[in-house]
Design a protein. Sequence first.
Length: 249
Amino acid sequence: MLSKSQISFIKSLHQKKYRKENGIFIIEGIKSIEEFIQSNYQIHSIYYLAQYHSLLPTLPANIKLFEVNNAELDKISTLQTPQGILALVNIPKPPVLNLVDLKNSFTLVLDGVQDPGNMGTIIRTADWFGFKHIVCSNNCVEVYNPKTVQATMGSLSRVNIYYEELPLVLKNIKMPIFGAVLDGKSMYKTDWGNEGLVILGNEGQGISPEVIKLITNPVTIPRTGGAESLNVAISAAILCADISRNFQK
């Protein structure tokens, strides 16, 4: 059985303040846990229902294992329907952005994305299309938010996420800066080339004025129906698909 202090500690990690204070975040589900075990992330501890023990891969000796019952899992899980297994993972030191690493590839840049689900879906999409880096503005949602982590389905373990002052970064970039806007050039007529940054903005406000003026190549996903806008995660997927199609020609 878990002690009251253990339950209290894990529940505190549902909040950003305590994740930051303790340097630990939560992942749930056997598939995501397997992905993180195989990555450079360090697993702190794992909490599982008895029937999930046999599903665990071989683990390093320093990972603490705790068998829990359904009532305990309900208390510590961030999900309405817990997935039977939960792990605490150490938050690594923030990666240092080296602009040289962005050369000869495409990088997503997120300006003020606030919804955790959108952020997680964008990370998962980037992973699917082979985008290794995502640069976020400092006012984007925290990447270790449980809803974000859950939506990545393990892809967070393979994509480098940076939080930066975007105008400072963009002013030092020596490659095309594409931006998803409503009045840009059709993506179907856009020459993506072989490298660049692709900026997506806030769900309600779009790309901020200080960032939008640094875009060199405004791009639009052509609309043929009546919807006023696209979800930012859907926009990211459409743009990544078109870039990937052209980049691999």
